[in-house]
Design a binder for this molecule. Structure first.
Ligand SMILES: [Fe+2]
Ligand SMILES: [Fe+2]
Length: 256
């Protein structure tokens, strides 16, 4: 069973780039399941029903998210209703949406868990305790985790925490891909960050001149989504019959 995981889709350029790149990615990697982080899909921050549907139409089976998930109030009811769109599980229980889901793919029940890091981000509970608790009750043949976190130390630690217990831990949130994709000794595929799907002529998806102005002047600046040189970034994991990883391959392609 092959899983293609795609990093944070940023705004319209990211959505269009994903849709344009997906036929070739499907052809090349033959995924049974495509998981896409959509937390920046609506105007560069947040997600709406419309942008989620655009990502589903591009071929996603599950959409994950992160700290920007509640940016658009009109999405709250959608998050409660959409079974294949998830938000970090370690947010307050009463918040809109759910933290994990299970889908059928390639003859397996694939559990997908979304977690937020606790370093530099606001969470209600430790991601380590939260994932242990979910793994005790989830009914799945294999599990993949989107760990949406700021610092590599916490992300690498989560890889070791889950080694041998899940098929893959994909890091998201920083929008910058890391060069540490590997299968850990216990059989868990790991990468600290898969990167983003959006304009590379940008600062994490924002027009460079605006991000620079904000940093240089330390004054409020209205951010717009950058559009030039869109790339799609992610990773492909081959999952064996034990529900663990055979391989992980990083994906970085310019949108056609
Ligand atoms: Fe993001
Ligand atoms: Fe984020």
């Amino acid at each position: 069973m092959r899983v293609l995981f795609i990093g944070d889709v940023v705004g319209g350029p990211g959505r269009r780039g994903l849709a344009a790149a997906m036929p070739e990615l499907r052809e090349r990697h033959q995924p049974d399941l495509v998981i896409v982080n959509g937390e920046n899909s609506a105007g560069g921050m947040g997600i709406t029903e419309k942008t989620a549907n655009a990502i589903f139409n591009a071929g996603a089976g599950v959409i994950t998210s992160g700290n920007h998930v509640y940016r658009h109030r009109e999405a709250y009811e959608f998050l409660d209703r959409a079974e294949r769109v998830i938000r970090p599980a370690n947010y307050p229980h009463a918040n809109p949406g759910r933290g994990h889901t299970v889908v059928e793919a390639g003859g397996m029940r694939v559990g997908v868990i979304n977690l937020s890091g606790a370093v530099g981000l606001q969470v209600a509970r430790s991601p380590f305790h939260e994932v242990d608790s979910i793994l005790e009750r989830i009914e799945a043949d294999c599990v993949v985790v989107d760990f949406h976190a700021e610092v590599t130390s916490e992300k690498v630690a989560m890889g070791w925490h889950l080694d041998g217990r899940v098929a893959a831990v994909f890091g998201t949130h920083t929008h910058v891909p890391t060069a540490d994709a590997r299968v850990l000794p216990g059989g868990t595929a790991f990468i600290s960050d898969v990167g983003m799907t959006g304009a590379r002529t940008s600062v994490l998806g924002v027009k460079p001149e605006q991000a620079l102005q904000a940093l240089v002047t330390q004054m409020p600046v209205r951010f717009e989504t950058a559009e030039d040189d869109v790339w799609v970034m992610g990773a492909v994991v081959e999952v064996d019959e034990r529900g663990l990883a055979d391989s992980i391959e990083q994906v970085m392609v310019p949108a056609p």
